[in-house]
Design a protein around this ligand. Structure first.
Ligand code: GP9
Ligand code: MN
Length: 691
């Protein structure tokens, strides 16, 4: 302790002495005088990136974001520091080249933002082939005066340089310049700023930076220059991954699909819904365990419950997402492939070949569309929905988004559905058959817009009769104020939006020949302790029951993981009471959708990982991107190398090893298909997809 104090005091004295020296010798003024060009260079380029935020994202929070200004200063000054290693006569040239690069980054992003309301990505360069067609329109409509603003940086730098030259400034400064020392000093200053910047980052900042898809957020917190450098790395990485191991991957792929038992024979559901319109609903964070729960006699999800009772309900259905969450579920739902091991398929591998349900249905004469009232570049959907075969992707720009209609991430589900119904009505008059996807948004973590969800108390109210005969209502807080409680309020809202959607569609006759398919995209990532409270609440203590209590229900990590089930429902308004109206309890995953739905709708894809649940029945296995798997008998955790039995049946070590091996193999095959683009018929001579 004494030693620390000593070191602290010593450093303090040193700093004070240094600052006094700085003051006495006018060091700051001297530094400015000797480095006019370098400082001008920093100011101009930081100004440019700030202007970019100002022109693109109109809020003070965005363009005056301290973090972004700090980050831009770090990048500009760190790269600029090397100027001192150049001979004095070349220094200006070096700073000018850097300024031109920075200016180009700002100009490109500025124009790109006008067109796409998002920032540019190097990986999108492959799309430049389409620019030819729209070239004129781009020049006329996109490049605006504001995009020229950034040119002031190189222009001013040149002017400053010429003036300094005229004043013989360089000759004076040259004498004092110590090349390595100056570089080192400037780099150290950038390093100190970097440490301050890193300390200011939150875990959300870091996770969004790594995922890279929320481009506006990254630019807001990290500035345009770091965003672009990060984008360069994430764009190049998939190319590097695809450089090694292609031959082995192709061999494994061929072997896998040659030897695979497809379980694709016809069954009593074959072509059951062929030719019908299909409306798929992507239920954001909808979880099965919220269904059939009630608070004070009010169901949490009355619409989901009704649909599940009137249609085909798969109650043991799992989403198989990785870090790509929503986008991963869209990938697996449409292609029966699993998320990639690194990066996300939607962002890192959007130029690969996929066989998606929309493209298969297009061959059957369907018009295909997707609708989501968020920015089109979220999860790179603009590129990927096109790649999966959707004819049109309706995004935020196609919706009227008013402030009062915003919940959480964007346009409220009720308003989104209301406007979507109008669009679907137009589509149905223009096209004979259609396949559409509606991606919901309101029920998204952190579920904190509670006042906008509408009244839905998650407490316990009990009427007690007092001695004098009067009745009093006692209220126990129960789930109020917890994240899970807020989730119930939020999903109750989303469920009611769903109800309004169905009513609205029905009023317009749009449900008459339509099959509705609903899936929950992934679990809501809620704290386990909240489930403990849900299942073990003690009214008397307003706490959870004692572990020793006979009513205590264990909710361990296995229960938590199994509890991440999401609903999968196939419903139509006249299904109730028919042979299609039942609950299927077999273990099923998102990757079983393509074969199961395909059999009912009449399309086929050979290169899939899942199975038709009506053929594989109770023999199915669902594998997860982290190597875990589950079937009707047990849930296996690869992290713990342990399992939880789900029935009384005997479990052998052999079947565990076989299934674990199968899981790893399938994850490898799926990853290779995407990374090496193995479904690309131009590169590899694969059989027809129907095979
Ligand atoms: C974004 C929305 C949410 O548009 O779909 O994505 P998520 O955070 O759930 O992956
Ligand atoms: Mn989601």
């Amino acid at each position: 302790m004494k030693q620390i104090k000593f070191i602290f005091n010593k450093t303090k004295t040193k700093i004070i002495k240094y600052l006094e020296k700085v003051k006495k010798d006018h060091l700051i003024r001297e530094y400015f005088n000797n480095n006019i060009l370098f400082i001008t260079f920093i100011i101009l380029n930081v100004l440019n990136s700030t202007a970019l935020r100002f022109f693109c994202m109109h809020s003070t929070e965005n363009y005056l974001s301290i973090k972004a200004i700090l980050a831009d200063t770090i990048i500009v000054s760190a790269l600029g520091s090397f100027v001192y290693l150049f001979k004095p006569k070349n220094r200006f040239n070096y700073l000018l080249v850097l300024t031109i690069i920075f200016t180009a980054i700002c100009m490109i992003n500025s124009a790109y933002y006008t067109f796409y309301t998002s920032f540019a990505s190097i990986s999108m360069l492959s799309l430049t082939q389409y620019i030819g067609d729209v070239g004129d329109a781009v020049v006329e409509n996109v490049i605006q005066l504001k995009d020229m603003f950034y040119l002031i940086a190189p222009v001013i730098l040149i002017i400053v340089h010429l003036r300094l030259k005229k004043q013989n400034y360089y000759k004076k400064v040259e004498l004092k310049s110590l090349r390595k020392k100056n570089t080192l000093k400037s780099l150290t200053a950038s390093g100190v700023l970097l440490v301050i910047f890193l300390l200011s980052l939150s875990s959300l900042d870091i996770s969004r930076f790594l995922k890279q898809w929320n481009k506006e957020y990254i630019v807001m917190k990290f500035g345009i220059y770091i965003y672009q450098a990060n984008d360069l790395v994430t764009s190049v990485q998939p190319k590097i991954n695809a450089m090694f191991g292609l031959e082995q991957a192709k061999k494994n792929f061929d072997e896998f699909f040659e030897n695979r038992e497809a379980f694709d024979e016809e069954n009593e559901y074959t072509n059951a819904f062929a030719g019908k319109n299909i409306l798929v609903i992507h239920g954001e964070s909808m979880m099965t365990n919220a269904m059939n729960l009630s608070f004070n006699g009010q169901e949490v999800t009355p619409t989901l419950n009704r649909l599940s009772k009137e249609g085909m309900f798969f109650s043991n259905f799992y989403s198989q997402v990785s870090v790509g969450t929503s986008s991963d579920s869209e990938l697996t739902f449409n292609t029966s492939l699993l998320p990639t091991k690194s990066g996300t398929a939607f962002v890192s591998y959007s130029d690969r070949t996929y066989i998606g349900i929309p493209s298969l249905l297009k061959e059957k004469g369907y018009y295909t569309f997707s609708m989501h009232a968020n920015n089109a570049d979220f999860w790179n959907r603009r590129a990927m929905h096109n790649n999966l075969g959707y004819d049109k992707f309706y995004s935020k720009v196609d919706y009227q988004v008013d402030k009062e209609n915003i919940i959480g991430l964007g346009l409220s589900d009720k308003e989104f559905f209301r406007q979507s119904i109008e669009k679907i009505q137009t589509i149905s008059t223009e096209h004979e058959k259609w396949y559409g996807l509606l991606i919901m948004l309101s029920n998204h973590t952190p579920f904190s817009d509670v006042e906008k969800y509408g009244e839905f108390p998650v407490d316990i109210k009990e009427n007690v009769t007092l001695e004098d005969g009067t009745v009093e209502t006692k209220v126990y807080p129960y789930m109020e104020g917890t994240k899970l409680g807020n989730y119930f309020k939020s999903i109750h809202y989303a469920d009611s939006a769903l109800g309004e959607l169905l009513t609205g569609l029905d009023e317009k006759g749009l449900l008459d020949n339509t099959i509705v398919v609903l899936y929950g995209d992934h679990d809501a990532r809620l704290p386990r302790k909240d489930y403990n409270r849900l299942y073990n609440y003690d009214k008397e203590t307003d706490d959870i029951l004692d572990r020793e209590d006979e009513n205590y229900k264990e909710y361990d990590s296995y229960q938590y993981e199994l509890g991440r089930k999401v609903p999968f429902i196939i419903w139509s308004k006249d299904m109730k009471g028919t042979k299609y109206n039942f609950e299927n309890k077999n273990t099923m995953g998102m990757y079983d959708v393509v074969p199961t739905l395909g059999n009912m709708l009449g399309f086929k894809n050979k290169y899939i990982l899942g199975h038709d649940i009506y053929n594989i029945k109770d023999n199915n296995i669902v594998i997860f991107p982290n190597g875990n798997w589950v079937n009707n008998k047990l849930y296996y955790s690869s992290q713990k190398a342990a399992y939880l039995p789900l029935t009384e049946e005997v479990i052998t070590e052999e079947e565990i090893n076989n299934n674990t091996e199968k899981t790893n193999k399938m994850l490898d095959i799926s990853n290779d298909i995407i990374v090496f683009d193995l479904l690309n018929k131009d590169k590899f001579n694969n059989e027809e997809k129907g095979g």
